[in-house]
Design a protein around this ligand. Structure first.
Ligand code: FE2
Ligand code: FE2
Length: 205
């Protein structure tokens, strides 16, 4: 359990840096707004994890091999985005950032899923502390991962010169589950049709 919590803390700390850099790469206003919100939420997740440490009497500064690896991966994501920014192709840098956020959030999402499972199996104070923390972040982690996955897919589709749904269906449908994400993805062609129709109507006016 301790190892998971140390990795969760490091994931959230890295996440703050990942979002700070990703925001600089965002070209679409709605995406920039979304990542700014997630950046703030991630800063709050750091506080929530630190609170778990305090409640359970764990040392925040203890290094574990797993924690160091998580930190290195976070730093690598930041470096990748900085290189993309330097390359001077804003649309490409935006896609790199979206992929980096998905990488970071895949780990973040899984950490919290595991913390939730652990809470169910725990007793006493530990159960209470883990459950409270989990309830506070669960929905936000779903949104961080599924919405950014949607953005990444649609930005790639746009880059390929194919009709993209921007903002992505995951956003419009406020997806918070893996099943919801799969459904939103399935409905994208329908959404393309209706948005195209709206555009045509607007053009006719
Ligand atoms: Fe988080
Ligand atoms: Fe997250």
């Amino acid at each position: 359990m301790e190892e998971l919590l140390y990795q969760a803390l490091e994931t959230e700390l890295g996440g703050v840096q990942v979002y700070a850099t990703a925001i600089r790469c965002a070209q679409e206003d709605e995406l920039k707004e979304e990542w700014t919100k997630y950046h703030e939420q991630t800063q709050n997740h750091v506080r929530i994890v630190k609170n778990i440490f305090e409640q359970l009497g764990l040392n925040l500064d203890k290094e574990t091999p797993g924690r160091i690896i998580v930190r290195m991966k976070g730093q690598a994501l930041v470096k990748a985005m900085e290189s993309a920014l330097e390359a001077g192709e804003p649309d490409a840098a935006q896609i790199v950032a979206a992929e980096c956020v998905v990488d970071a959030e895949t780990k973040d999402h899984m950490n919290w899923e595991l913390i939730g499972m652990l809470a169910e199996k725990s007793h006493g104070d530990e159960r209470k502390v883990l459950k409270e923390a989990h309830e506070q972040v669960e929905d936000e982690e779903d949104e961080h991962l599924y919405h950014t996955m949607g953005w990444t897919r649609e930005l790639w589709i746009k880059a390929l010169g194919l009709p993209a749904v921007i903002p992505p269906p995951e956003e419009e449908k406020d997806v918070k589950t893996a099943i919801g994400a799969a459904r939103a993805k399935q409905e994208r062609s329908k959404m393309l049709g209706s948005r195209g129709g709206q555009r045509k109507k607007a053009a006719a006016k």
